[in-house]
Design a protein around this ligand. Structure first.
Ligand code: BGC
Length: 258
């Protein structure tokens, strides 16, 4: 069975139909640059463009880089503030004519990674951190997602953690891998003190270079492993969430992975 997943990011909006059982794209993905400023209406138009491109008529899953509760976007750290309090699922439904399930981008990536990637079959407390423009987080307890954890906004040295330890912070502040790994060590050990994870999965584009910084992370007890799905995870997780919402999985909750 296939479902359309769309990953809405700060620089690109990407979509593809996903084979739910393999977690692979059923067709080549389409990427459209994110309209700037990243306001709701122009983004909804791009979502509709992606739906049209695939001739899609069924349920759609989409990610958003902020808190999402019942289709309403509730925070907007790296996108326009006009998203806050907006019924974005309804806006996208109007733009596409399709029912749209909306969820946090890191939650979507985590769902995919827990089903088809580095978290497959992992029980206990597993946290996935996506290191990109911000820091996204997805928390799983025995394979069940606890949505919208927003651990990227924990305090680190008196600052919002993502402003110090995201992949963008490394580039903006021109940090060496060593210096960045020190910040990640402080951040992850703080997180570990709060939730005692049994596994930490590191995602986001920079996880391709995990060998440059993961071995340098210190004072963290939990094993730290790179994500394996890389830039497909958001799309795959969005498609899985849409399938669950549509009841299209024969009663099997694909997001309960363990
Ligand atoms: C947002 C999160 C999001 C993360 C990654 C953070 O700034 O608050 O909701 O998951 O960035 O995009």
């Amino acid at each position: 069975m296939e479902m359309l997943g769309i990953d809405i990011g700060g620089s690109g909006i990407k979509g593809a139909p996903v084979d739910l059982f393999t977690g692979e794209f059923a067709q080549e993905r389409l990427r459209v640059a994110t309209p700037q400023p990243a306001e709701p209406e122009p983004i909804a138009e791009v979502v509709a463009q992606i739906v049209d491109h695939f001739g899609w008529t069924g349920p759609v899953g989409a990610t958003f880089p902020g808190v999402v509760m019942d289709g309403v976007t509730r925070s907007a750290a790296n996108v326009a503030k006009s998203w806050i309090g907006l019924d974005a699922a309804k806006l996208f439904r109007k733009a596409t004519g399709c029912p749209v399930t909306l969820l946090n981008d890191a939650d979507a990536a985590g769902i995919a990674e827990m089903s088809h990637g580095a978290g497959k079959g992992k029980k206990g407390t597993v946290v996935m951190l996506t290191l990109g423009t911000g820091i996204g987080s997805a928390l799983f307890i025995d394979g069940v997602l606890v949505p919208n954890t927003e651990f990227g906004h924990l305090e680190l040295d008196g600052h919002d953690a993502e402003s110090r330890a995201s992949a963008k912070a490394r580039e903006d502040h021109d940090l060496s891998w060593e210096k960045w790994a020190k910040r990640l060590s402080d951040y992850m050990s703080h997180l570990e003190a709060l939730i005692s994870p049994s596994l930490i999965i590191v995602g986001g584009g920079v996880s391709k270079k995990a060998d440059r910084f993961v071995p340098l992370i210190q004072d963290v007890r939990a094993p730290i492993v790179p994500a394996t799905l890389l830039n497909t995870a958001g799309i795959v997780g969005a498609a899985m969430a849409a399938a669950v919402a549509a009841g299209a999985t024969n009663g099997r909750d694909l997001t309960r992975t363990a």
